[in-house]
Design a protein around this ligand. Structure first.
Ligand code: 13P
Ligand code: SF4
Length: 302
């Protein structure tokens, strides 16, 4: 049955001239089926550069929207239409306009985990992979950063010369992790390295051996000379790690590190997306063209 689905997906993918992109948090079965798996930054670049006519984006809505904005001539499908990122809904374009009016002339950096309308109100986007470089590249000392307060706080610790004006958004999955979890994990696995996503709270980030995006965490653990790792991000990253380094041990820092939205996509949804061409992402033209500038500026920084 699963094999039939895989064969059908391959057949439809060819027929539609489609590429399947999957985020590192996707289920094992989806990651195995994807053409490219990675973090938000890598997938944005793949979406911007693909030659195929159709992109099936196995992730959450803001990721598929970003793909559509960067590749407007392509059909972009989100296999599960209600796979959203609650953090992206924590700031609206109206909120951001009000904040900008309170701080005239201050540039806005928005985390890619945001709506297209918020991107359109921003000067430049960033992901967790390039947030520090993006903020550092701005000539201004003061910067508005939305919507993730924790990532913003992490950037501020790395760039003390910058004054960041932060919005109070957060990821409900990553904020579950508390310093006590790190202490307990270190006691249980002496010598293990603790790898943390910057969406975690500052007290947890401060206890990490390594802080980075999902792909940076995977890359770090693959290359490190350590043998045991405590992973402080969504459990999906363990798929790649266990496959590429079966000689190492990986433990999840907190049992609640599961993003229910990311887990909505199944092989069956990928199949249905391809056969019914669902659910197509549409971004209003004016919003898309303004948001594209902010995304393009991010890609220029790298
Ligand atoms: P990355 O860009 O690090 O893959 O993270 C995306 C995300 O949503 C983290 O929760
Ligand atoms: Fe959004 Fe958090 Fe899920 Fe990432 S893990 S997609 S930030 S809800």
């Amino acid at each position: 049955m699963v094999n039939d689905l895989k064969v059908e997906i391959q057949r439809l993918k060819k027929q539609r001239n489609a590429v399947i992109l999957a985020h590192n948090y996707q289920l094992d079965e989806v990651q195995q089926m994807a053409d490219y798996v990675g973090d938000s930054f890598y997938l944005s670049k793949m979406a911007a550069n693909t030659d195929q006519d159709m992109i099936v984006f196995c992730g959450v809505r803001f990721m598929a929207e970003t793909a559509k904005i960067l590749s407007p001539q392509k059909v972009v499908l989100l296999p599960e239409s209600d796979a959203g990122c609650p953090m992206a809904e924590m700031v609206t374009a109206e909120d951001l306009r009000t904040l900008k009016a309170e701080h005239p002339g201050v540039p806005v950096v928005c985390y890619v985990n945001s709506t297209a309308e918020v991107k359109a109100e921003s000067d430049v986007c960033c992901t967790s992979a390039n947030a520090i470089q993006v903020v550092a590249a701005l000539p201004e000392d003061k910067v508005i950063f939305v919507p993730d307060e924790n990532l913003g706080h992490y950037i501020a610790t790395q760039l003390p010369a910058k004054k960041l004006i932060l919005w109070k958004g957060h990821c409900a999955t990553h904020v579950k992790v508390q310093p006590e979890n790190v202490k307990m994990a270190r006691a249980a696995y002496p010598g293990a390295e603790v790898l943390i996503h910057p969406e975690c709270i500052p007290e947890v980030v401060a206890m990490a051996d390594f802080v980075g995006s999902t792909s940076a965490i995977i890359h770090y653990a693959e290359q490190s000379s350590a043998k045991t790792f405590i992973v402080g991000t969504e459990m999906g990253v363990l798929v790649k790690l266990k496959e590429s380094r079966p000689d190492k041990q990986f433990f999840l820092l907190h049992p609640g590190l599961i993003c229910s939205n990311m887990k909505k996509v199944r092989l069956q949804s990928v199949y249905e997306a391809l056969i019914h061409k669902q659910h197509e992402i549409i971004v209003e033209e004016q919003v898309a063209s303004q948001a594209k500038q902010a995304l393009r500026r991010m890609l220029e920084v790298g």
